[in-house]
Design a protein around this ligand. Structure first.
Ligand SMILES: [Zn+2]
Length: 278
């Protein structure tokens, strides 16, 4: 029999989940997020302060200028395509000097960091770097960071409730084993595919952002082809949690026509970036 307190707990969680549903800008997907856009900005700012204290942060020079130049156009496009969310954030960039890291990341609230490894990897091809930054901007406008925190919270509450109410009669050793089994299942079954769905969403929405910023959308295909050719070496975020290479190319192919239309409309306005190289 289920304990009445457990029922109450589950009911409260369900109410909170229903009250926390929102829609992801651009994809229309329903998202459960316990946090507000203002929370995204606050949480991101705290983490950003830590990022900026890293001695690897480059303060100036051509690499920083390149990221600023492309990043500013990406942010302008994110604001055009997702105004209701992007306007809540103060967007900022950093370059971290680590040539071995072919990687970039975004924090909630509009903060980006790009490693010099990624800048070298996309050297001479601004369209390709724009594909990376567009992908990161899409994580921000889709509020994936706080959605993920919400997911972890729900999972944890579920585990705690199971621990207290359902497993209460087991001896501590058995209980630990059961919890570990549930934890492993939750991790692989819920959290990991969830993360991959975020990556797919960021790929498609990021393609649109980069195109609307005036960068050629085909560069995204080039980026993932080149990444795929490297395997998992040196690209932890960009490969390990990401969908399979074939899934990714298929998704991008499907989204290429609308992305090209966004690019063409920028071109018609005469609003294309000046490109260094490529
Ligand atoms: Zn990503």
């Amino acid at each position: 029999m289920i304990h009445p307190s457990a029922m109450r707990c589950v009911f409260l969680v369900l109410c909170t989940v229903v009250a926390s549903c929102s829609t992801v800008s651009g994809s229309g997907r329903t998202q459960v997020n316990f946090y507000s856009a203002a929370d995204d900005a606050r949480i991101g700012q705290q983490a950003w302060t830590e990022v900026l204290s890293d001695p690897l942060v480059l303060k100036q020079g051509p690499k920083v200028e390149r990221v600023q130049r492309i990043g500013n156009r990406i942010v302008a496009a994110a604001r055009r395509l997702h105004p209701e969310i992007a306007e809540n954030f103060q967007w900022e960039f950093a370059v971290l000097d680590d040539p071995d890291q072919i990687n970039a990341f975004a924090l909630p609230g509009g903060k980006f960091a790009v490693y010099t490894g990624m800048l070298n990897f996309t050297e001479g091809d601004d369209d390709m770097l724009a594909a990376v930054l567009g992908h990161e901007a899409a994580h921000v406008t889709s509020r994936h960071g706080t959605e993920r925190l919400t997911q972890v919270t729900i999972t944890r509450v579920g585990l705690d409730a199971t621990n207290v109410f359902v497993l209460g009669d087991l001896d501590p050793g058995d209980r630990e084993l059961v919890l570990q089994a549930i934890g492993a299942g939750t991790n692989v079954g819920v959290l990991l595919p969830f993360s991959r769905s975020h990556e797919c969403e960021a790929d498609v929405l990021g393609l649109m952002i980069a195109a609307d910023a005036g960068y050629r959308p085909q560069a995204a295909l080039r980026l993932w082809e080149r990444m795929g050719a490297r395997g998992s070496v040196g690209a932890p975020e960009f490969i390990s949690t990401h969908p399979s290479y074939q899934t990714r190319i298929q998704l991008l192919d499907d989204a290429m026509a609308p992305a090209q239309r966004l690019y063409d409309s920028r071109e018609a306005l005469g609003d294309l970036p000046s490109r260094m190289g490529g």
